[in-house]
Design a binder for this molecule. Structure first.
Ligand SMILES: Cc1cc2nc3c(=O)[nH]c(=O)nc-3n(C[C@H](O)[C@H](O)[C@H](O)COP(=O)(O)OP(=O)(O)OC[C@H]3O[C@@H](n4cnc5c(N)ncnc54)[C@H](O)[C@@H]3O)c2cc1C
Length: 537
């Protein structure tokens, strides 16, 4: 067993993002996705591969997505059918929609793929599992039965060799199955420590959370690089004369400040939330590194938080880097100034490692059902049915500096005259907003229990509401992390400045008119990220 320092690995990844994003993604595929799958889904004999994965003697890829199914991984079409006579799995791509698509490393470098496929033993399907499948031989040619294509030129990340993989009855030995959560005996008997197939699937995916946390970290670093370039340029570039004849520095224009400085403040806010997320991931998942299992409640809470912060951080990256490029005029369009590359290379962060819209629904689901293990296996409809039985009366537990935040909120609620920039008031309205969205959504989903109700139609109609709730929740997590960081800042001058940055971030997060849900307990509610433009519920 290799004991890695997970928090440090994500921080290292974040630093790499300041340099080259194709290199970042190549590293992420090799060590994070491929290595991470072997480490987290495999057992001892798979772990023997880890030293060769670390020093690149064994380049690999992570083949989950298919042409037909990306976000909906449970519907993958690739099959791995066990043949008890030879004690092998037969990996097969039944049709074009089931070919593996976009796979980083597949087009050129990878020699082994972690392939996600429907596992079939003794005629029974057990859902999606992962297997190690060799795809290239020693001369670099595709292995027998494996077809490899290059995805070609992309909008960005062209230093990454994304490819497509198809398997024509490729045979791999029984021990190719990454069997931490399920194994197949020689006679084809399937067994798993987790009975519920849905829960098993999400447990497997949950162990791969580091990739999502890493992408959020990389997005944050790239955004800060872009802001640094644009703000420094804005401090030097002069355009148009003032009445005294001197040329005006761009950043002296109020509108230029408003384009960049709130986004800078937001970058700080997200960075604090990200740091907290990395520390939490490190703590929660440490037991995995020594063969144990993380606390279930903490793991589920971590997954929701990673999904939400990834969605907001990557959305912020896309919008901010575009604004930075425009703020530099023509110079922002030149490759030598890095902004076009940063823009192109981070664009895909919003849809890979989990599409943001899909991830935000996962966040909302966790809020609706709470974190009880009995709900871990619920699919969307199970969640809708559950939410109809109870109005989730608690907003998820406080995320950081619990006591301090409660004190600030209590003080603000006692004193109605507290100011807009009062921290307690900011915390209080953002919490009220989340609670209101949660209560109203739960009530709305209750309609699914009416006789002859069409659950899909009820959920579908509420989907914009679902996304808004998720964003409101993550906004609270972000603000609480900021408040905790200010509280922990040892330098009083820096803490004061951070306080001003926090005010700017929390009062200008929207970038679009602040949403005012009906029956809001406050006249104004703190802004949504603007990532998800949803009508008011
Ligand atoms: C450069 C690049 C590298 C990649 N690398 C890898 C890799 O190494 N390995 C790998 O396995 N995959 C990889 N992927 C695939 C990536 O993870 C998928 O693109 C991603 O999961 C989204 O899947 P999809 O493309 O099928 O989009 P879809 O799932 O089809 O989504 C399309 C749109 O529909 C929306 N949508 C989907 N479902 C819902 C819903 N329930 N409600 C509302 N809206 C919905 C989404 O928000 C999105 O806007 C890579 C992709 C790219 C572009």
């Amino acid at each position: 067993m290799v004991v890695a320092t997970w928090g440090a690995s994500v921080t290292g990844f974040e630093l790499l993002a300041h340099a080259d994003l194709s290199l970042l993604v190549k590293a992420g595929v090799q060590w994070g996705l491929f290595g991470g799958a072997v480490e987290n889904l495999g057992t001892e004999h798979h772990h023997e591969l880890i030293p060769r994965i670390i020093d690149l003697r064994l380049p690999g890829c992570f083949a989950m997505t298919e042409t037909g199914h990306g976000s909906d991984v449970q519907s993958l079409g690739t099959t791995a059918t066990y043949d008890a006579d030879t004690e092998e799995f037969v990996v097969h791509t039944p049709d074009r929609m089931a070919r593996k698509d976009y796979i980083g490393g597949a087009a050129q470098d990878a020699v082994v793929a972690v392939v996600f496929a429907q596992l079939v033993t003794n005629g029974e399907t057990h859902g999606v599992h992962a297997l190690l499948v060799p795809i290239r031989d020693e001369s670099g040619q595709p292995c027998r039965g494996v077809t490899i294509e290059d995805c070609g030129w992309k909008a960005g990340l062209n230093g990454v060799d994304n490819g497509r993989l198809s398997f024509g009855g490729v045979r791999v030995p029984r021990d190719a199955l990454l069997d931490r959560y399920a194994s197949v005996a020689a006679d084809g008997t399937y067994s798993s420590p987790i009975d519920n197939a849905n829960w098993r699937f999400f447990t497997m995916l949950g162990t791969l959370i580091r990739g999502r946390v890493s992408i959020a970290a990389g997005a944050g670093a790239a955004t800060r690089t872009a802001l640094t370039i644009a703000i420094r340029y804005g401090e030097r570039r002069r355009q148009f004369k003032a009445p005294d004849g001197s040329e005006v520095v761009l950043l002296d224009y109020r509108v230029h400040q408003r384009r960049l400085l709130p986004k800078l403040a937001r970058a700080y806010a997200l960075a604090f939330a990200q740091n907290e997320l990395i520390a939490r991931m490190h703590d929660v998942q440490t037991p995995i590194q020594t063969g144990g299992r993380p606390d279930e409640h903490a793991q589920r809470e971590l997954e929701a938080r990673a999904a939400g912060i990834k969605a907001l951080a990557t959305c912020h990256a896309t919008r901010t880097i575009q604004e930075c490029r425009e703020a530099c005029g023509g110079a922002g369009y030149l490759s030598e100034n890095r902004l076009p590359e940063l823009k192109a290379d981070t664009d895909v962060f919003t849809t890979f490692e989990g599409d943001n819209t899909v991830l935000l629904q996962l966040v909302a689901k966790e809020l609706l059902v709470g974190y009880g293990s009995e709900f871990a296996g619920l699919d969307t409809w199970g969640m809708v049915r559950f939410a109809t039985r109870q109005i989730a009366e608690t907003v998820v537990e406080r995320t950081a500096a619990r006591d301090l935040i409660q004190r600030l909120i209590d003080a603000a609620r006692r004193d109605d005259s507290s100011e807009l920039l009062g921290r307690g008031w900011q915390l209080s309205i953002i919490e009220d907003r989340e609670q209101h969205l949660l209560d109203t959504l739960a009530r709305r989903l209750r309609r699914a229990t009416h006789d002859n109700a069409d659950s899909f139609a009820v959920y579908n109609a509420a989907q914009p509401h679902v996304l808004r709730l998720a964003v409101a929740h993550v906004e609270r997590v972000v603000l609480e992390a900021f408040v905790a960081s200010i509280d922990g800042c040892p330098d009083s001058g820096a803490a004061e400045l951070l306080g001003a940055v926090c005010d700017l971030s929390s009062s200008s997060t929207a970038g679009s008119p602040p949403p005012v849900p009906r029956q809001s307990p406050r006249p104004w509610t703190s802004g949504a990220s603007g990532c998800v433009r949803a009508p008011r519920p």
